[in-house]
Design a binder for this molecule. Structure first.
Ligand code: SER
Length: 324
């Protein structure tokens, strides 16, 4: 089914996930077959090896125009406001996440796209859900605006599939850990910041309690999950916009200790702020049996491998930065 994706648009290409997904897709599909879009952050580095367009997801006409210009058949829609930023500006989160998604789906329907992939999130879950192994099929009553918009995105995606036959796919991602581009405004950002601070300052104050345990995933697993889900045979899919995908689950203290094992001078403390409430409303882990059964999802990085790789790559990156 990979053949059905020939010209791919990645909306939100300068974000944490987009900046890495674009290079993977360009390796598989060719530099000029993957078009990235950005809005607030200008593209740099290898993103400029192929086409890039400025685009605001609130401008449906502009999305349609770019789809037309490059004869796009498939879209990865990654532009979104994350959970913590969404709580400080719920109106903006609603607009960007819900109206942006609606605009992309409408372009998909009108311009008959083959496939639209929209990541969902652990943010869809609320306090009623079992803390351990939150099932794929469960009550979705999130308490953050981010969660509300992500449930809406899932429901819309499934609606467009059932009503119009538009092939919309999505997975509920845990917090994503990566070294290339920083996440912005998420609750799980501590799991990335801790690495930067450990290398640069040898100290980090976590903004959650030490026993806060959340589902997390290393970026190579995340980009692979997105691509494998996009390439799966439609007939194999029993879900569409709402697959749980699980990988790691560890507490803030577990992470701090894993980093200290490799950087012994690293010191840390825990000073929970308003983001704690969001973290407390999410489960510790997810059950992703349907993703494993339907499209063979299998994470590769454990806590130790992720921590080794993250420290190596981040040191390399920060050294290079200093040399420039
Ligand atoms: N990383 C996201 C956030 O914290 C969760 O999807 O908002």
């Amino acid at each position: 089914m990979a053949g059905q994706m020939k010209k791919i648009l990645v909306i939100g290409a300068t974000g944490q996930i987009g900046s890495e997904l674009v290079s993977h897709l360009r390796e598989d599909y060719g530099e000029n077959s993957v078009i990235g879009t950005y809005n607030n952050t200008d593209p740099s580095g290898d993103l400029l090896d192929g086409p890039m367009e400025k685009l605001d997801v609130l401008n449906a006409g502009r999305i349609g125009e770019v789809v037309d210009k490059y004869e796009v058949d498939s879209v990865f829609h990654l532009a979104a406001i994350l959970s913590a930023k969404g709580e400080s500006n719920p109106q903006l989160a609603f607009k960007v996440n819900v109206m942006g998604t609606f605009n992309v789906l409408e372009v998909g329907r009108k311009q008959q796209l083959n496939r639209i992939v929209i990541p969902s999130s652990i943010g869809v879950f609320g306090p009623e859900v079992p803390r351990e192994k939150a099932p794929n099929e469960t009550v979705l009553r999130p308490t953050s605006m981010y969660g509300v918009t992500k449930v809406t995105g899932e429901l819309l995606g499934n609606y467009y599939f059932n009503k119009y036959g538009l092939d919309v796919r999505g997975a509920r991602f845990p917090g994503i850990i990566s070294y290339k581009t920083l996440p912005g405004g998420g609750t799980t950002d501590y799991a990335v910041e801790a690495f930067y601070k450990a290398i640069e300052d040898r100290h980090y104050s976590f903004f959650v309690r030490e026993d806060t345990r959340l589902p997390l995933m290393y970026m190579p697993d995340c980009t692979r999950a997105l691509i494998e889900l996009a390439q799966a045979d439609l007939e194999d899919l029993n879900y569409h916009a709402d697959y749980n995908v699980s990988s790691l689950s560890f507490s803030a203290r577990d992470l701090a200790e894993a980093i200290r094992k490799r950087i012994p001078e690293f010191s840390f403390d825990f000073q929970p702020d308003e983001r704690q409430e969001i973290a407390d409303s999410w489960p510790n882990s997810m059950d992703d049996t349907p993703a494993r059964k339907d499209w063979g999802w299998q994470p590769r990085f454990g806590l130790e491998e992720m921590t080794d790789d993250m420290i190596d790559k981040l040191k390399e990156k920060l050294d290079e930065h200093e040399r420039k």
